[in-house]
Design a protein around this ligand. Structure first.
Ligand code: SAM
Ligand code: DTB
Ligand code: SF4
Length: 328
């Protein structure tokens, strides 16, 4: 294998030139000694971001459970019997109350998620006032509603939506073992519709769903080769939920997890890399290593969509210990 030259990284760093990454190049990064990888990732992080600042996004499930899709990790699929109680689309007032509380606690972005395969046109009409209302509170807006066609993406963009979250989750090859009700191409098409509508893309994936290192390599390569690269990249660690097919998945090796974050940082130097689901099960030390490796965003608030996340106070203590500040 050819050693990865500093030119290769510099070329990627200059985001004017869209570098196309190969699986071999990404595999070389996975093979680096841990200290060398972390040093490289941290250096790129420092060049592009303020190294002690972390962006805070809060999540709200605006429509829970009963999803027709069969994503093997997800407690909201109608096919699995989990703790999730089905709930119809939340009313505007309740959404705005939750958004106000998130802002009060220090979040700068409010991400609203719905357990849909794809929204119906009447759903789009119902979520538009949510975008407008949350923006009026002075928060950035993000939504994740499933697959969007061109027209729907445009409508959300015109309503002022800042980000749309739609994850690739894993490699194209492994994807079909995790989800059978849609394809990787469907995911790529929605991402392209969102980009064409001028809405920023939040796109990442999950570690710990039984994927091999080669799947992580292929997934990160695909993310990095999106043109433009996604502005926001959530890296989730599987939250094992009873009743889902992946409930008994083996633990993720924490060192391999940090490597995944570091490589995301190197490949996507200008993107916010979010240390996403799974923080409740992570030690302070593991999170600290992830921040050093280039993670500079988190989900903040005691609930993700349907599972728990560290309480505000716990994160405030962690930030205090690490000297981290919430970005404005
Ligand atoms: N229904 C929409 C969709 O699939 O795009 C939006 C919501 S879905 C819950 C958003 C993402 O959450 C998934 O793509 C997956 O990466 C992540 N996710 C879902 N369940 C998870 C779990 N148990 N652990 C970690 N991440 C999870
Ligand atoms: C993302 O990548 N992770 C968030 C958000 N985008 C929507 C969702 C995590 C969900 C974890 C399981 C749950 O709480 O239901
Ligand atoms: Fe539905 Fe999204 Fe969960 Fe898949 S990840 S089952 S599409 S809510």
């Amino acid at each position: 294998m050819m050693p990865l030259s500093t030119e290769t990284l510099a070329e990627n760093h200059d985001h004017q030139k869209a570098k196309i990454w190969s699986n071999e190049e990404v595999a070389e990064l996975f093979d680096l000694p841990f200290n060398s990888l972390l040093h490289k990732a941290h250096s790129i992080h420092k060049e592009n971001f303020s190294e002690n600042e972390v962006q805070l996004s809060s999540l709200l499930s605006i429509k829970s459970g009963g999803c027709p899709e069969d994503c093997a990790y997800c407690p909201q699929s109608v096919r699995y019997k989990t703790h999730v109680k089905n709930a119809p689309l939340m009313g505007l007032e309740e959404v705005l109350e939750k958004a106000k509380a998130a802002k009060q606690a220090g979040a700068t972005r409010f991400c609203m998620g719905a357990a849909w395969r794809s929204p119906k046109d009447r759903d789009i009409s119902s979520v538009i006032p949510m975008i407008e209302g949350v923006k009026n509170l002075g928060l950035e807006t993000c939504m994740t509603l499933g697959m969007l066609d061109e027209k729907q993406a445009k409508q959300l963009g015109e309503a002022g939506l800042d980000y749309y979250n739609h994850n690739l989750d894993t490699s194209s090859e492994y994807y079909r073992q995790i989800i059978t009700t849609r394809t990787y191409e469907h995911r790529l098409k929605t991402i392209s519709n969102v980009q064409s509508a001028g809405v920023k893309v939040c796109c990442g994936g999950i570690v710990g769903i039984g994927e091999k290192e080669s799947d992580r390599i292929d997934f990160l390569k695909t993310l990095a080769n999106l043109n433009p690269q996604p502005e926001s990249v959530p890296i989730n660690m599987l939250v094992k939920v009873e009743g889902t097919p992946l409930a008994d998945s083996p633990e993720v090796d924490p060192i391999a997890f940090v490597r995944t974050i570091a490589i995301a940082r190197l490949l996507l130097p200008n993107s916010y890399v979010r240390l996403s689901a799974g923080r409740s099960e992570m030690s302070d030390e593991l999170q600290a290593l992830c921040f050093y490796a280039g993670a500079n965003s988190i989900f903040y608030g005691e609930e993700l969509l349907t599972t728990e996340n560290p309480v505000f106070l716990k994160d405030q203590e962690l930030f205090g210990k690490l000297g981290l500040k919430a970005s404005k």
